[in-house]
Design a protein around this ligand. Structure first.
Ligand code: BTN
Length: 248
């Protein structure tokens, strides 16, 4: 059963000690008509990542999914994902972590000067709606907070390893405040995202179902697609088409 989280947040918070997936619970609530609810769990036993990947979510992390019912066209929905990555990076930076954003929606910590990184957090956005209007959006945010990075999948890091443990309630509070501010001011999202992006200016390789693309990542579009300058001209890659992106 859900218990009160006990924080003043712009959202009602439903807390679970253990749950399958906060995104699944948030989708359920969205289906029942809920809005502005955040589902928070100490541990998830069936957490999902992008592209049907598994996501490790043991006790000690920050696992949260937010239900919004914005009056926007589905084409603008990716801005919510970018807003969540900005909010997450900002909350992590306040905790002392050098958090940056790797397109499309990973929050990472740079390692060395070659464009390498370790993953601190990931975002999974799911939505339902018509062609001209979003019904609901669930933005799921997973942050490796008070966890040992060496117990996490390869290439991951944690707030604990980078800067020491955080008060998870306060972290969630900051995250939700930042996210709420951004979703109410969508025009501010792209500039804020560009400022924190590790990917822009990098030479990258993107794996897509239609083949790989190599070039310099030069910008992100208003719908969250990455603009890559290749030898043959500019191409845009949508987040849904990106199986893997890495600096080359
Ligand atoms: C990714 O990097 O592939 C996205 C990971 C998203 C994980 C979060 S944890 C909270 C929410 N609940 C889930 O089942 N997934 C997201």
């Amino acid at each position: 059963p859900a218990v009160e989280f006990g924080l003043e947040a712009p959202f009602t918070v439903e807390y679970h000690d253990s749950i399958g997936s906060t995104n699944d619970r948030a989708r359920e609530l969205a289906g029942e008509g809920a809005a502005d609810v955040a589902v928070v769990a100490d541990e998830q036993t069936g957490s999902r990542g992008r592209l049907e990947r598994e996501w490790s979510a043991p006790s000690g992390g920050v696992w949260v999914s937010v239900v919004s019912r914005p009056e926007i066209a589905p084409a603008r929905a990716p801005l919510y994902t970018l807003a969540a990555s900005v909010a997450t990076a900002r909350a992590a930076r306040e905790a002392g972590v050098d958090a940056r954003i790797k397109w499309p929606n990973d929050v990472v910590v740079p390692v060395g000067s070659e464009g390498d990184y370790r993953k601190l957090a990931g975002i999974l956005t799911e939505m339902e709606g018509e062609t001209d209007r979003v019904d609901w959006l669930v933005v799921g945010i997973g942050v490796n907070a008070n966890l040992d990075a060496d117990a996490l999948p390869e290439g991951a890091t944690s707030v604990r390893d980078e800067a020491g443990d955080v008060d998870r309630r306060l972290f969630v509070q900051r995250l939700l405040e930042e996210f709420d501010g951004s979703r109410n001011d969508l025009e501010s999202v792209l500039p804020a995202w560009r400022d924190l992006a590790l990917t822009l200016g990098q030479r990258v390789r993107v794996d897509r179902p239609s083949g790989e693309l190599v070039g310099e990542a030069v910008d992100v579009t208003a719908s969250g697609a990455l603009v890559v300058e290749t030898d043959d001209g500019r191409e845009t890659v949508s987040a849904g088409d990106c199986e893997h992106l890495r600096p080359v």
